[in-house]
Design a protein around this ligand. Sequence first.
Ligand code: GTP
Ligand code: MG
Length: 196
Amino acid sequence: LFAGPCDFVKGVVALGGLPPADRPEVCFAGRSNVGKSSLINALTGRKGLARASNTPGRTQELNFFDLGGRLWMVDLPGYGFAEAPKAKVAAWQALLKDYLAGRPTLRRAFVLVDGRHGLKPPDLEIMALLDGAAVAYQVVLTKADKPRGGAIVATAEGVRAGLAKRPAAHPHIHLTSSETGHGLPELRAEIAALAG
Ligand code: GTP
Ligand code: MG
């Protein structure tokens, strides 16, 4: 799947603008700055495909990427703190929630969590929403190149304990680094399997 073409198709700012729900879809959710856009670039091997930046709130639309006509991959705006006007942030957070709870072809939501920080209240809020909508989701710990001295193992343990209490959570946690490529082949394989 990832050896073939991958194209940016559209940025969606309202539910009415969603592309047809005509194929399996996966999305990348997570707090602002956790590394959603960077992960999409790393997975596809295309540096500038999704726009990444050190400024929280970089991604402000639901960005749809077409993988060979077989799968939609969706880069979502972050939740939590964002450097953008309040009204704008409120609008995209509302859209994000409507999308996550109401997209019939959404096969899996990858919930990205910073490998240095673990689960935060906004992550739990999103997981509760996904549980309520019976959307399967899976945690991806990002920036695995950053924590020192086994800190990421402790983070993973904390996340595992948090997930054990949730109905729709996939128990396996991916450790990734978009810098070193750690964990990317496994994640690509997982996504390819969802494309059917
Ligand atoms: P928003 O669109 O604002 O919600 O952020 P995002 O989750 O898309 O994060 P983005 O991919 O823009 O990355 C945020 C910052 O983290 C950038 O400065 C990236 O270079 C950095 N970053 C992302 N992934 C990694 C990683 O695996 N390792 C390291 N060291 N830095 C990373
Ligand atoms: Mg982004």
